[in-house]
Design a protein around this ligand. Structure first.
Ligand SMILES: *Cc1c(COP(=O)(O)O)cnc(C)c1O
Length: 455
C-alpha cells in the first residue's frame, strides 16, 4: 500500500470524526448558505485527473454542511434511524473490501455474514428458523421480493408457472391490503403486475389497523398484505387473527414490518406482534431500527423454495451448491455486502442491546406525547411504539410550527396527514438519542409552538 492511501484514509477518519463531533454546532437541517454553496459542484467534467485528497476535501467542505443530520441524536423526521458505531465501522471496512456479495465464491466473508446474521435475525424477530432471507436495498424492495415469492406460490398452486409464462392468461390473484398500507407497497404490487388499483382495500380502525372483521371472503389464489407498524400511528394490524382467517382459505399472508417488525426484539411489545411469526413472508428495514447505514432492507420467506423459484435464473451459469448461494434469494446479482453491517450491528448490540434500543425509543416517544399533551396540544394516535402524531391546531398552524422547528434547528420533525387531518409526526428511532436530547427537543418544540401566533 502506498503511503498516500494511508494518508487519505487517515484524512477521511479525521474529517468523519470532526463531522460527528460538530453535529451539535450545526442545526439538524443545513443552512440556506450551505445549500447555496452546493452550486460550486456545478462545474464542467474536468479534463485532467484530480488528487483524491482534493476530491475528498471538496466533498467534506462543500458536502458535509449540506447534509441533514439524520444520523444525529435529534432527527425525528420519517423513520430514519442512525448508525450504531460498529455498523458504521463495518460499512467502512466493507467499502475497503469492495466485495460483490452476490456470489459465495466471490466473497466468502459476505456470504458468511449473511448466513450468520440471517439466523440471528430469524431468532431475534421470532420468525421460523428455516425461513429464507434476502438482503436488499430497503423495505420497498423487500416487499417486492417477498411478494414475488407469494405470487409464485399462489399461482403455482393453481397450476400456473408465472416465471415462465408471465401473468398473461394467468389465473386471477386476489390481492387484499389494508386501507392504510404504506404507499410503497402499492408500488411493489404494480411492479409485480398485480396492479395497485385492482386490489381489495380493507377498512381500518382509528389507529389505521386493518379490521379483521372487515376482511372479504377469501378463495382461490390470494395474497393478504398486512402491516406491522403504521408509518404514522405505529399501529399493528391484528396479524394473528388475519393469518388464521387467511390460512383457512389457503391464502398467503405477507407482513410489511419496515420498522414495526423490530418490536419483536423486545418482550415488552409482544402484545403488538402477536401472530406475526405465523405469516408466510415478511419485509423489514435494517436501515431503520437496526441502525445500520443506508441502504439495507430484509425480506424473509417461510418457504425458501418459493423465494428461490420466484428469483431463479434462466441459465445456470452460476455455481450450484447445497449451501446458501446469496444471489438465489435476491432480485439482483451483483450487490454490496449489506450482511456485513447487519452482522456488526447485531454482534455489537446483542439481544439486550437491541431490546434496549427499541424500548428507549418507545419511552422517548411517550415522553414527547406526554409533554405535548400537557402543554395543551392534541396527540392524534395511541402511542404504542415510537411514533407520535400531534396537531397544534389547524393546517396553517401546523405548517408554521413545523417550519419554526426546522428553522430553530434543535431538532427536526416533518408534516404528515393522519386520517385526513394535518399534523406533525415525531419518529424516535436512533440509538444515539438520549433523554437529554428528548427534553431539549421537547422544550424547543414547545417554545416554537408558543411563539407562533394563532392567525
Ligand atoms: C419506510 C417504510 C417502507 C418503505 O421502506 P424503504 O426502506 O424506504 O423502501 C415501507 N413500508 C413501511 C411500513 C415503512 O415504514
Amino acid at each position: 500500500m502506498t503511503d498516500s492511501i494511508r494518508d487519505l484514509l487517515h484524512s477521511v477518519a479525521d474529517r468523519a470524526a470532526t463531522y460527528l463531533e460538530t453535529q451539535d454546532e450545526r442545526g439538524v437541517a443545513p443552512s440556506e448558505a450551505a445549500i447555496q454553496r452546493l452550486s460550486e459542484l456545478d462545474e464542467a467534467l474536468p479534463d485532467a485527473p484530480t488528487a483524491p485528497e482534493k476530491v475528498l476535501a471538496m466533498l467534506d467542505e462543500i458536502g458535509s454542511p449540506a447534509t441533514v443530520t439524520t444520523s444525529g441524536r435529534r432527527f425525528f423526521g420519517f423513520v430514519i434511524g442512525g448508525s450504531v458505531p460498529a455498523a458504521l465501522a463495518a460499512n467502512w471496512m466493507a467499502g475497503v473490501w469492495d466485495q460483490n456479495a452476490g456470489l459465495r465464491v466471490a466473497s466468502p466473508i459476505a456470504a458468511k455474514t449473511e448466513d450468520v446474521a440471517l439466523a440471528w435475525l430469524l431468532d431475534l424477530l421470532k420468525l421460523p428458523s428455516t425461513a429464507a432471507g434476502a438482503f436488499v436495498t430497503g423495505a420497498t424492495m423487500a416487499n417486492f421480493t417477498a411478494l414475488a415469492a407469494a405470487r409464485h406460490a399462489v399461482l403455482s398452486k393453481a397450476g400456473w408457472d408465472v416465471e415462465s409464462d408471465g401473468l398473461f392468461g394467468a389465473p386471477n390473484i386476489h390481492v387484499v391490503v389494508g386501507e392504510e398500507a404504506h404507499p410503497t407497497l402499492f408500488r411493489s404490487l404494480s411492479l409485480l403486475g398485480l396492479g395497485h388499483q385492482r386490489v381489495t382495500k380493507v377498512a381500518v380502525d382509528e389507529q389505521g389497523r386493518m379490521r379483521a372483521d372487515a376482511l372479504p371472503k377469501l378463495s382461490g389464489p390470494t395474497i393478504v398484505c398486512t402491516q406491522a407498524g403504521n408509518v404514522n400511528s405505529g399501529g399493528f394490524d391484528p396479524i394473528g387473527e388475519i393469518v388464521q382467517k387467511a390460512h383457512e382459505a389457503g391464502a398467503w399472508v405477507h407482513v410489511d414490518g419496515a420498522f414495526g417488525l423490530w418490536a419483536s426484539a423486545t418482550p415488552n411489545r409482544a402484545h403488538l406482534t402477536k401472530g406475526v411469526g405465523e405469516a408466510d413472508s415478511w419485509a423489514t428495514d435494517a436501515h431503520k431500527w437496526l441502525n445500520v447505514p443506508y441502504d439495507s432492507g430484509l425480506a424473509f420467506v417461510r418457504d425458501p423454495e418459493a423465494l428461490r423459484a420466484a428469483l431463479r435464473l434462466t441459465a445456470a451459469y452460476l455455481p450450484q451448491s447445497d449451501i446458501r448461494e446469496p444471489s438465489q434469494f435476491t432480485p439482483e446479482l451483483s450487490r454490496r455486502a449489506r450482511g456485513v453491517e447487519v452482522w456488526a450491528a447485531l454482534r455489537s448490540m446483542g439481544r439486550s442491546g437491541m431490546a434496549d434500543l427499541i424500548e428507549r425509543n418507545c419511552r422517548y416517544a411517550t415522553r414527547f406525547a406526554d409533554g405535548l399533551q400537557a402543554a395543551g396540544y392534541t396527540i392524534l394516535n395511541a402511542v404504542v411504539l415510537n411514533q407520535v402524531v400531534v396537531t397544534f391546531g389547524d393546517a396553517e398552524m401546523n405548517k408554521r410550527v413545523i417550519a419554526g422547528i426546522q428553522e430553530d434547528g434543535t431538532c427536526w420533525c416533518g408534516p404528515t396527514v393522519w386520517r385526513g387531518q394535518s399534523a406533525m409526526r415525531i419518529s424516535v428511532s436512533s440509538w444515539a438519542t438520549t433523554e437529554a436530547d428528548v427534553e431539549q427537543s421537547l422544550a424547543a418544540i414547545l417554545r416554537v409552538a408558543a411563539g407562533v401566533k394563532v392567525h
